[in-house]
Design a protein around this ligand. Sequence first.
Ligand code: ATP
Length: 438
Amino acid sequence: MDKIVALCKRRGFIFPASEIYGGIANTYDYGHYGVLLKNNVVAQWWKAMIQDRDDIVALDSAIIQHPRTWEASGHLAGFTDPLVDCRTCKQRFRADHLQELQCGCAPSKHPGEDPRCDLTDAREFNLMFETTVGPVKEAGATVYLRPETAQGIFLDFKQVLQFARRKPPFGIAQVGKSFRNEITPGNFVFRTLEFEQMEMEFFVPPDQAQHWYEHWLRERFDWYVRLGIDPEHLRLRAHDADELSHYSSATSDVEYLYPIGWSELEGIANRGDFDLTQHAQHSGERLEYVDPQSGERYIPHVIEPAAGVGRSLLAFLCDAYDEDEIGGERRTVLRLHPALAPVKVAVLPLLRKDGHPELARAVYEQLRRHVKTEYDDGGAIGRRYRRQDEIGTPFAVTIDHQSTDDRTVTLRERDTLEQERVPIDGLAQLLAGRLAVE
Ligand code: ATP
């Protein structure tokens, strides 16, 4: 993990937020390449949800919803972690994570193991961030930053049913920020206070719930594999009965073998009719499907694949990270799937003279109209290759003496390091073919 964190900082993918003030716990900012990579992950998710199939529609609901939302969803009463305080070191710990945490009195031990430790009993602590709407705190309404995007989807179920003219089985997908007051140390972007989720609620006739649950387990597992994650580093783990959330009749996690060990990457839950029933009861609205032909009415059951953008991105980075040796020199390379790579091709003039920069600029202008391209003429060519390898750029195009004579360039492939001579004319089409997703 240290190597990934260092690379992310060195190349400006991800770095601690508020660093000039000493940082803020479990909070990170995404720099240029981080934003590009994140956008590519999200774009691939949308592609799988709404381009590659026609039974899902998109939604972007509000972060701050009516406070009763969280009463109905069970979050106000039940979205809690058990916490203990140490009266000696004044630190606060998740009671159910003590064996993974460091004691504040004796860092080589876990909290509670040193004779100086003086832990309180566990108290339930709600993870939702609270704020106030209105100019006066006392008179205003208490509202919450959403801890998941899913509830916004349930609130809009009726709207979507009408304007999208859908009938179950169909899904509503949404990507957006969620917020949780997490106390456990974050392990980089694995666990942060604010994070983006990619969630889809799939509404089905009750008797089809098991079928669709299994369908989404396969689909979501395969999505990660298609985007380059080694299937050996992925597994599906079904929750035991005592792990299940209050709303769920079955949940499985897609787990990834992070450097911190097997951990949840995405959860796929059979939520039954819990959410629609709860919101119907609390709002007084009927949230059900009525078949226009038969008049049959029922509350659809819901299958939910819920993924985190940061955790996915971290898994893609961990799986792509590699070190090898070229001509006795070590290189770090991100073997990212081309669809995810922040930059697809780098254009590099060999020299900063002899017409190389001019021709390289022209090639760059031609390629950038098709794919995300970067121009770099700073430093020795080897160093420039290394820089591109570190950000995962699949191809580099080098302009040299021969290029100005015969309008050919060297095309270098990141993973195999193969170099071939190809004409400038048709280069964009050649690259488009090689970068093609799937
Ligand atoms: P955990 O048990 O690790 O806290 P969870 O089971 O509470 O996770 P869900 O509520 O199922 O998580 O959320 C769905 C997805 O959202 C998770 O699989 C994860 O990818 C992401 N996620 C949840 N909490 C965080 C967080 N604090 N930081 C980053 N991503 C998160």
